[in-house]
Design a protein around this ligand. Structure first.
Ligand SMILES: C[S@@+](CC[C@H](N)C(=O)[O-])C[C@H]1O[C@@H](n2cnc3c(N)ncnc32)[C@H](O)[C@@H]1O
Length: 275
């Protein structure tokens, strides 16, 4: 393992980016004698309102397990700067990919609520969400986790081996679309699916889940990053991921087979079910 000193993740959610912008603006305005004290105070309040939210959500959420906490530490200690995913789009791997405490606890809740026994994850990285969901499964439950990159798959497996729930996770190292087609051909079904891989692939993953028996009749699909740092609703120029997510979100809106809700959790989490 190549390692580095711990650095804080950069902001990758609409709220995180808003916090950084408000703090920057606030610092600049504070330094100006010409700006009214009330205006400075209002800006400080706006900044505090935004910056306090994520820490408070985390404080009020059940703490993560020691296995998840050590997976986070290991992921943050790794030097990802030279690591590129084995995917077709040659994606830079980075610690910010990890979903983390509040989203992990949310996924655990969905596993409990749906009483899922079989979970499919599309895009695993170092395994945070896979392990969080595995922790909520009964002992004979299964998470099938799709990951294209062999290095992160090995990294995640080492973390799973340290956890009492790691045996519930089966890692499939290949492009997810290929794995999904193989699972569908083998008549496998899943009660809960978490989509969190290449954004350009989201529409294909959704269609495959709905067109085959992969999603059980009352199955729940959770899709990550559907706010993509605010790009789908901003008028400024989008990245390729922003364009892909905007197109995916519209596909979901237009599909009469499903109903959905987009939750403003972290970078956006869309819940989808068949109607
Ligand atoms: C955002 S990360 C997943 C984060 C993880 N779900 C978590 O919560 O910690 C996306 C992962 O998808 C993987 N990926 C990208 N394209 C893929 C593909 N076509 N098939 C399978 N995995 C893919 C990347 O290598 C990366 O590890």
């Amino acid at each position: 393992m190549t390692s580095k000193s711990l650095t804080s993740p950069r902001p990758v959610t609409p709220l995180g980016i808003l916090v950084a912008k408000l703090e920057h603006l606030s610092q600049q305005i504070e330094a100006l004698d010409s700006v009214d004290a009330n205006l400075k105070s209002e800006l400080r309040q706006a900044s505090a309102l935004a910056s306090g939210l994520d820490p408070y959500l985390s404080h009020c959420t059940t703490p993560e397990s020691s296995a998840l906490a050590s997976l986070v530490k290991r992921t943050q200690a790794e030097d990802w700067s030279q690591r590129f995913s084995d995917s077709e789009t040659v994606q830079q791997l980075e610690q910010e990919m990890l979903s983390g405490h509040v989203e992990g606890q949310t996924l655990k809740f969905f596993v409990h609520l749906t009483q899922a026994k079989r979970v499919l994850e599309i895009g695993m990285f170092t395994g945070y969400s896979a392990l969080a969901m595995a922790e909520a499964l009964p002992d004979d439950g299964k998470v099938v986790a799709c990951e294209v990159d062999a290095y992160v798959a090995k990294f995640a497996q080492q973390c799973f081996d340290q956890s009492p729930d790691g045996h519930k996770i089966l890692v499939k190292v290949a492009p997810a679309l290929l794995t999904l087609k193989q699972l569908a051909a083998a008549n496998e079904t899943f009660d809960l699916v978490f989509i969190d891989a290449d954004k350009a692939g989201y529409v294909d993953y959704l269609n495959l889940l709905l067109d085959t028996g992969l999603l059980s009749p009352n199955g729940l699909i959770c899709v990550d990053n559907t706010l993509m740092q605010g790009q789908p609703y901003l008028s400024s120029e989008s990245t390729a991921n922003g364009v892909a997510i905007a197109s995916f979100n519209q596909t979901v809106v237009d599909d009469p087979r499903i109903e959905q809700v987009l939750l403003p959790l972290r970078d956006g989490l869309t819940l989808i079910r068949r109607v």
